[in-house]
Ligand binder design. Structure first.
Ligand SMILES: [Zn+2]
Length: 393
């Protein structure tokens, strides 16, 4: 077996999360629950480029045919992209790969920057187009590049935020970027940072939608192999601490000091030993979560969850938590409401009419947004907890 990021054979299994469903498939009824597919979720680590990757890669058509994640529902993420738009307004033509419902296109349009998006999800891409944010629906590949270049010049900036993690073939992606981007153009890639998964014990960030997990070194290797150069990295907030990587479509660019620092730090801290500790902690902390919920349950407490991001699936399936422990989960996305969480099938409900005096404990799955979530409960007395590592919020 070879690393699909750098082609090295120095690849080792480091994490096993057991049988897991597809984390973004929310069944709507009993028939869909009975038909849920589950696969063993194992993570491999490449000792050469320091990328993580899922052992069994699921066909993307199964994963994305109906997708339920609308970026713009998420206020923090919206602000993140508004700030990014201001930062990149000097560019002439921006292509946003994985543009979702137009979360970056919208502020760019306001700033009069020419921009178009590419997104594979039919229903989400349509929402953007209906809002007047030009979006090509399909995967980023040679066909879509051809279609775009028929009507436009090459972009001088490509943005791909939370995209490379979803790819089936990163090397092909890098080659396509190289040919699509203007000479000396810039690529901005935002990645959830593998090193932070380990640091924050965020095993729930591994799920089948996302076969690849990157470090700065793996991004460097991936693009160096096609003649592009990682020259700067900014640490950014989303998704538990992410990296914004700047890559030039040429090799003669100076690397910034902060970039060098991050690359060197990984060489010391992101290794097999770190994964060994991580794997032990996953099982230890999943047991703690379940034991706590059992304890609350015995005391007669009513437990609900708040937020049904994909991580709900990974956490509840590893810890084996179903609706006997968490009665229901509130989520603000209409696309998830009145469906069930994947695998453990906990009912997902809207906020309206479902926050009441009977609730004693709230497990905050969308803990990044705790400040906002807390406000919905001001009239009742509840206790809030982060699921992993289990702790009071
Ligand atoms: Zn590799």
């Amino acid at each position: 077996m070879k690393c699909k990021v750098c082609n090295s054979t120095k690849i080792v299994e480091v994490v096993n999360l057991g049988k897991q469903p597809l984390a973004n498939k929310y069944p709507k009824n009993n028939t869909e629950i009975l038909n849920e597919k589950k696969f063993i979720l194992k993570i491999l680590f490449c000792k050469n480029c320091r990328a993580g990757q899922i052992k069994k890669i699921i066909n993307r058509n199964i994963l994305f045919e109906d997708y339920y994640y609308l970026s713009s529902v998420n206020k923090k993420l919206k602000e993140h992209f508004e700030r990014l738009a201001i930062k990149i307004k000097k560019y002439n033509f921006v292509v946003d790969i994985g543009s979702n419902d137009g979360i970056l296109l919208k502020p760019l349009k306001k700033l009069n920057v020419k921009s178009i998006g590419i997104d594979p999800s039919v229903n989400v891409g349509k929402i953007a187009n209906d809002r007047g944010l030009e979006t090509y629906i399909g995967f980023f590949d040679k066909n879509i590049i051809k279609k775009i270049l028929k009507k436009n010049n090459k972009p001088d900036l490509i943005v791909a935020s939370s995209v490379v993690t979803h790819l089936e073939n990163p090397i092909k992606f890098a080659k396509d970027i190289k040919s699509f981007l203007e000479k000396d153009g810039t690529l901005i890639i935002e990645i959830e940072y593998l090193q932070n998964f380990l640091k924050n014990l965020e095993f729930e960030r591994f799920y089948f939608d996302r076969p690849f997990y990157y470090s700065a070194n793996s991004i460097k290797e991936l693009f160096r192999n096609v003649g592009m150069k990682l020259y700067d990295i900014e640490k950014i907030e989303p998704h538990g601490g992410s990296l914004r990587c700047f890559i030039k479509n040429s090799l003669n660019t100076k690397i910034s000091n902060r970039c060098k620092k991050i690359l060197n730090n990984e060489k010391q801290n992101l290794n097999l030993n770190a994964f060994k500790k991580f794997n032990k902690q996953i099982y230890k902390n999943s047991k703690i979560l379940k034991a706590q919920l059992n304890y609350f349950n015995k005391k007669g407490y009513n437990i609900i969850g708040y937020g049904a991001p994909a991580r709900v699936s990974t956490i509840t399936n590893v810890a084996k938590i179903d609706s006997s422990l968490i009665k229901y989960i509130i989520d603000d996305s209409p696309l998830k409401q009145n469906r069930f969480s994947p695998g453990m099938n906990i009912k997902i409900l809207p906020r309206k009419n479902n926050i009441n005096k009977n609730i004693d404990v709230v497990i905050v799955f969308a803990y990044e947004y705790f400040k906002d979530i807390k406000k919905f409960f001001t009239k009742i007395k509840v206790q809030f907890f982060k699921p992993i590592p289990f702790g009071k919020l």
